[in-house]
Design a protein around this ligand. Structure first.
Ligand SMILES: *Cc1c(COP(=O)(O)O)cnc(C)c1O
Length: 241
């Protein structure tokens, strides 16, 4: 059996009361840090419970699942797509998604812009940066991303806004490494802000931190955390296949 690293054990001590979990987490977040409730794999009843407790931002990582949920839940939910973006699925979420967090190529920005325009909408995109040492995580390398921003064609995409960066730290018990990776994301954000978005208020978000490491992410400068298991409990992927 594969055990998660120790820093994820906090998630095992979750309480079944979604409202209580949300309130406890919200109370622990400094002012200005937004909470994305990561509801992937969980049934709409559980999302509704979080909604009734005041939560409005939800994160999902499968387009079909997010779309099905968006159709039955209240219209004022802000849906964030936090999974790996596949170009052919952008069309399905373009009518309603607020933020697409995992953008990792220029071509995907172009396709999101095209689909947003077809729906007369504006979609916020975060640039996903590969900051972890694991190869399994997606994202631009910092060099690729800088080259894309430097090249400048993205400025012609009128139906998207680049709203910030997103990253995931390595899944490890080495807290110094996790801190270093989140620190790197903050440095990259600051550099981009200065070099490419100096005059813009839109580029303002560092999305980093999950149930097991969000305190470290906030210390490093994150202002949007994506928390799943500490709110909704452990996920059972098999039940949802
Ligand atoms: C699942 C997921 C999360 C939430 O993870 P928890 O450990 O359950 O808080 C955050 N970000 C991304 C990109 C995810 O896929």
């Amino acid at each position: 059996m594969h055990l998660p690293p120790l820093r994820n054990f906090a998630a095992f001590f979750w309480n079944m009361d979604i409202k209580e979990n949300l309130n406890r987490i919200k109370a622990s977040l400094p002012q200005g840090v937004k909470l994305v409730a990561v509801s992937k794999t969980h049934p709409v009843e559980m999302l509704q419970e979080a909604y009734d407790a005041g939560q409005r931002i939800f994160g999902e990582n499968k387009v079909q699942e997010m779309t099905a949920k968006s159709q039955v839940l209240p219209r004022d939910i802000e849906w964030h797509f936090i999974g790996h973006v596949q170009s052919n699925k952008i069309k399905m979420m373009a009518p309603y998604v607020s933020v697409i967090q995992g953008v990792d190529t220029y071509d995907k920005l172009v396709e999101i812009d095209r689909q947003a325009a077809r729906n007369s909408r504006h979609i916020t995109c975060f640039l996903q940066l590969h900051i972890a040492s694991e190869d399994t995580k997606f994202g631009f390398s910092p060099d690729e991303c800088s080259a894309m921003l430097e090249q400048g064609d993205w400025k012609n995409l009128k139906n998207i806004t680049i709203g910030g960066v997103m990253g995931m730290a390595t899944n490890t018990d080495d807290l110094a490494q996790v801190r270093r990776e989140f620190g790197r994301l903050k440095e990259i954000f600051d550099t981009y802000k200065q070099n490419y978005f100096a005059g813009s208020a839109d580029f303002n978000t560092i999305s980093a931190g999950m149930s097991g490491d969000y305190e470290l992410a906030i210390e490093a400068g994150s202002n949007m955390v994506r928390i799943g298991s500490a709110i909704f409990g452990e996920r059972n992927y098999n039940l949802n296949k």
